[in-house]
Design a protein around this ligand. Sequence first.
Ligand SMILES: Nc1nc2c(ncn2[C@@H]2O[C@H](COP(=O)(O)OP(=O)(O)O)[C@@H](O)[C@H]2O)c(=O)[nH]1
Ligand SMILES: [Mg+2]
Length: 311
Amino acid sequence: MVRRLCGEFMENGDGFLSRIRSALRKTSEKISISIAGGKVDNRLLRGLEETLILADVGVETAERLVSGIAGRKFSSGNEEEIKQFLANEISALLKPYESDFFQREFTTIPHILLLAGVNGNGKTTTAAKMAHIFKKSGRRPLLVAADTFRAAATEQLAHWAEKIGVDISVGREKADPAGLVYGSIERAKRENHQVVIVDTAGRLHHRDDLLAELGKIKRVAAKFDPTAPHCTILVLDGMTGQAAHHQVGTFLEKVGIDGLAVTKLDGSAKGGAVVALTQKYKLPILAVGVGEGPDDLRPFRAQEYAAAILG
Ligand SMILES: Nc1nc2c(ncn2[C@@H]2O[C@H](COP(=O)(O)OP(=O)(O)O)[C@@H](O)[C@H]2O)c(=O)[nH]1
Ligand SMILES: [Mg+2]
């Protein structure tokens, strides 16, 4: 049985739906325009397909959705019926990629989470928000500032740690991140932290270095426990659209990832990217970012997301 550790957290606060709905308004308005009149003919189908492709749901998925409509009888002139049909279809496509990430029992303690991704995608912010969620559900987190390359990165995470009241492990500037991670895991065992959240560097121009460094961090964690890191999470910026695909491909191949966290959905007009990414890479969406505050990280809900795309 799954313990609903974060149940309270998830029901509280303003809705995920209202946050992303305003961001996705452009997409949903365009969909509304493309199906205006509700008369299913070639013009409507072509217009809708184009709108879906422009919203980044991916060409194949757009084709599939549109042929689903083409092959169905709708009572004429009913836009709402088409919208409802699309919402159900998109929700069904996304449903397998929901996750119980925040409620999951930790099989090994400390549970080790590794956050990776390109600079600016929201790793540090997401690490802090995750720590905040775990703390609220009664599990002591330890944040690890393994982006030792830039002093500012450590300061940023330290600032968050103070703000949300959780422990943090920092190293000297330019210290070996893998060494810091090892020391942090030992500290977590000593001080009874149940979850260790490792924030890493994401400098793009040293990509090979960076990927090698992530590999080293993973090996060091595995020395302590062969199943660690228990979850390697790629943090993506929901506003980047197509570029995100390249990032997922690279990290999957070179580092190995278990799931995605998609940030900035509160500002992403091209919300279809989540649809395309899940269909292509079959990775769960562990969390979504809907703002810059500590409470602005949410579980991903397929139905709510589909509803927001359709307005
Ligand atoms: N609106 C919004 N901004 C976010 C979100 N997540 C992160 N940010 C902002 O994106 C910027 C980069 O985030 P940061 O965590 O430093 O990225 P990192 O370089 O990957 O560690 C910061 O200004 C964050 O406040 C989100 O979900 N919504
Ligand atoms: Mg950072």
